[in-house]
Design a protein around this ligand. Structure first.
Ligand code: CUA
Length: 155
């Protein structure tokens, strides 16, 4: 089989890119231990109201300008909603669902979680600027999905 010069160059480029990519992914996975979050924190979705910390949802101060926010997602709302936090606060979100899969995205930030019934999702964010942040559900969860959202006011 005859290969033209440019075919050889493009084959080398394509193959080389693939080899480099797989090599880097291998280093990340095996040498640096990078992997998707694998913690499995489970909860009985039928007993959310009676299981700590979800028996007392809400904002709790745990340090100087550091808070824990326990939230329950269910069709089609977050409880509690309309949270107010001070500027600069670091918030540890702890969220679960009572019914189906919901999303938990805070627009304009990197906070974006899938909220799965039976599991507890955690993420931490520091709100360094004041403003009104929209929390929205980005997983289709039923007829009221598009109305599922709330706000976080950073004062
Ligand atoms: Cu909850 Cu979409």
């Amino acid at each position: 089989m005859h290969l033209y010069k440019y075919e050889k160059i493009w084959l080398l480029l394509g193959g080389g890119t693939l080899v480099i990519f797989l090599f880097l992914v291998g280093i990340q996975a095996f040498a640096m231990g990078m992997a998707p979050p694998s913690h499995q924190e489970t909860i009985d979705p039928n007993k959310v109201d009676h299981t700590a910390p979800f028996n007392k949802p809400g904002l709790k101060q745990i340090g100087e300008n550091e808070y824990e926010l326990v939230m329950v997602a269910q069709a089609f709302a977050y409880s509690p909603g309309n949270i107010e936090i001070p500027k600069g606060a670091t918030v540890h979100f702890i969220v679960t669902s009572k019914d189906v899969v919901h999303g938990f995205q805070i627009a304009g930030t990197n906070v974006n979680m899938m909220i799965t019934p039976g599991h507890i999702s955690r993420i931490t964010h520091t709100f360094s600027e004041t403003g009104s942040f929209l929390v929205l559900c980005n997983e289709y969860c039923g007829v009221g999905h598009q109305a599922m959202g709330t706000t976080i006011e950073v004062m």
